[in-house]
Write a new protein. Structure first.
Length: 250
């Protein structure tokens, strides 16, 4: 059995983010049970199994519940944040590094090649194999939250031998994939400006005058890229023009 798990606590994301994640997963893989850990009954689609927790923690720290060995997950567990967009098959994720805890190298990799911190937006493990992450946290939650800035720093420290997903499989939307020009302008140093879009100058002659116009030429994504991660801003719902998001986040 394969399990896909999400977490929806607080009011940052409405129910539709959970249901859209389920829809995307259903289009791009099969043979899984979908779970959502939440702080209250939300009334999702019956295909989504809700797990209501009593001990709720601030913000992203509720992700530690996914490592609780008493959760009803079975077999291989694939966790995904709610603010991702799946646009190609993720079947290869199940088979990669079987039996190993697998996580993303943090997206600062686009600036620092060997950046050591992990990004916890997409993770995979065998259910029960990482229970220490939950048990160590539950034993001293306040101490853990003071010591580490967030869950991914905690996981980075506690699972130093984690396998990394291939870079091209799961990429940052705003730093490695990019938005339509004009969506919400980013720093010219962001990697998508340099690599997904090339600024060119088009020149045409009109009424004897030379007119110049800057245009952006979009490059194709790597063939193996399947997931765009929306860390920080924007959220998928805020993208208005990019077909990568419009056609797939539904």
């Amino acid at each position: 059995m394969r399990s896909i798990v999400s977490v929806c606590t607080g009011d940052k994301y409405p129910n539709r983010y959970v249901e859209i994640l389920y829809n995307m997963a259903s289009r791009h893989t099969s043979n899984f049970q979908f779970y959502c850990i939440t702080d209250r009954k939300r009334g999702f689609d019956p295909a989504i199994k809700e797990i209501v927790i009593d001990n709720v923690f601030p913000t992203w720290w509720n992700k530690v519940h996914i490592f609780n060995k008493n959760m009803p997950f079975q077999g291989t567990v694939l966790y995904m944040d709610l603010d991702v967009v799946i646009f190609r098959s993720i079947e290869k994720l199940w088979d990669f590094a079987k039996g190993r805890f697998t996580i993303i190298q943090d997206f600062n990799r686009c600036r620092i090649k060997n950046y050591h911190v992990k990004n916890s937006s997409v993770m995979k493990w065998e259910h029960g194999s990482q229970h220490q992450l939950y048990e160590n946290f539950i034993a001293e939650p306040n101490q853990v939250m003071r010591k580490w800035r967030g869950d991914q720093d905690y996981v980075t420290a506690k699972v130093p031998s984690a396998e990394l997903w291939p870079h091209d499989w799961i990429m940052s939307y705003k730093w490695e994939i990019g938005m339509e020009p004009g969506e919400k302008k980013r720093s010219p140093n962001d990697k998508f400006v340099k690599e997904r879009y090339t600024k060119q100058v088009k020149i045409k002659i009109k009424n004897g005058q030379k007119l110049q116009k800057e245009v952006f030429v979009k490059h194709e994504l790597p063939d193996d890229c399947s997931i765009a991660v929306f860390h920080g801003k924007p959220d998928p719902a805020e993208i208005q023009h990019d077909p990568l998001v419009i056609d797939n986040w539904r």
